[in-house]
Design a protein around this ligand. Structure first.
Ligand SMILES: [Zn+2]
Length: 294
């Protein structure tokens, strides 16, 4: 057990974040990432206006799963799109005075309507309560800096405190280079919080989405009790070009794709977007902690 006094810390942190009593309902006009796509980038078939919205942003011809924003995902994954955000007000600073980081952050916030690369909160799936964190690739490549790590950690601790299962939808290019060592520390922080969740006998489920790389893969994204992935998602630590350049060998077909990783036993199931809600509901139902914990 690698507790590092987390139990004590858990008692100290405020039980409720601001905004807790003000649940947000994810709207369909909000923060759209897949904008006006006229055709599928994989099969090149034309798409009718509004078609992707009806298919949960999956190509009706080839099943290509488009990358989507957290709020789009929340809208169709949780009951009524109702989401009570945790740590909504926690925002990044520039701890190393990295050149242009402040400007980049503020520009990204304006563009995405989000404050960071993850949204965390409480919600229900088929009437079962859970804590969920959903990452955003459109916010600086879903990179994990101090705030992403903090929000994921708080989501896990909220699960531990309220005895609820925790689900994370991961997507990330890796650590946020502008925060240097502070980014890397998030790997230990999130993993440590998960040790507490495990100690309490509460389940942690991960859904890997396209793409998930770097420090996120090397920490909480690989610590799920059950690890799911969307079809054809790219998942790895370093990218394939870096690996090919290092080992000077051609990589096999489909390397680092969900289906390949399933074959190698790296993940537990590849689940289409339309089936994720039902699958998560089933997992929550079948992983109820026993009375008094494990
Ligand atoms: Zn297609």
């Amino acid at each position: 057990m690698i507790g590092f006094g987390l139990g004590r810390f858990l008692k100290k942190i405020r039980p409720r974040e601001r905004g807790w009593d003000d649940p947000k309902i994810a709207g369909r006009d909000e923060r759209i990432f897949v904008e006006n796509k006229k055709s599928c980038p994989v099969c090149h078939k034309g798409l009718e206006e509004g078609e992707l919205e009806r298919t949960l942003y999956v190509c009706p011809s080839c099943k290509h799963h488009f990358r989507i924003t957290p709020w789009e995902r929340i809208r169709f994954t949780v009951d009524g799109g109702v989401f009570q955000e945790i740590a909504a007000k926690v925002e990044s600073v520039n701890p190393l005075n990295f050149p242009d980081y402040d400007a980049k952050l503020s520009e990204t916030k304006d563009k995405t309507g989000m404050t960071e690369a993850v949204v965390a909160g409480r919600c229900k799936i088929e009437n079962r309560e859970l804590v969920m964190a959903v990452m955003a690739f459109n916010f600086m490549g879903g990179s994990m800096g101090s705030v992403v790590g903090e929000k994921v950690t708080r989501a896990i601790l909220e699960g531990a405190r309220q005895e609820l299962p925790v689900v994370v939808f991961a997507t990330s290019g890796g650590a946020r280079m502008q925060e240097g060592i502070f980014s890397l520390m998030q790997m230990a922080k999130t993993s440590n919080a998960l040790a507490l969740l495990e100690e309490k006998g509460l389940p942690f489920f991960v859904v890997l989405t396209d793409p998930t790389y770097g420090g996120v893969t090397a920490s909480f994204a690989m610590l799920g009790d059950v690890t799911l992935a969307e079809p054809e998602a790219s998942i790895g630590f370093a990218g394939p070009r870096v690996i090919e350049g290092t080992i000077r060998q051609k990589l096999p077909e489909g390397f680092q794709r969900s289906e390949f990783l399933l074959q190698k036993g790296f993940i537990d199931a590849v689940v289409e977007r339309k089936d994720l809600r039902r699958t998560l509901s089933f997992l929550i139902e079948t992983h109820q902690p026993s009375e008094g914990g494990l």
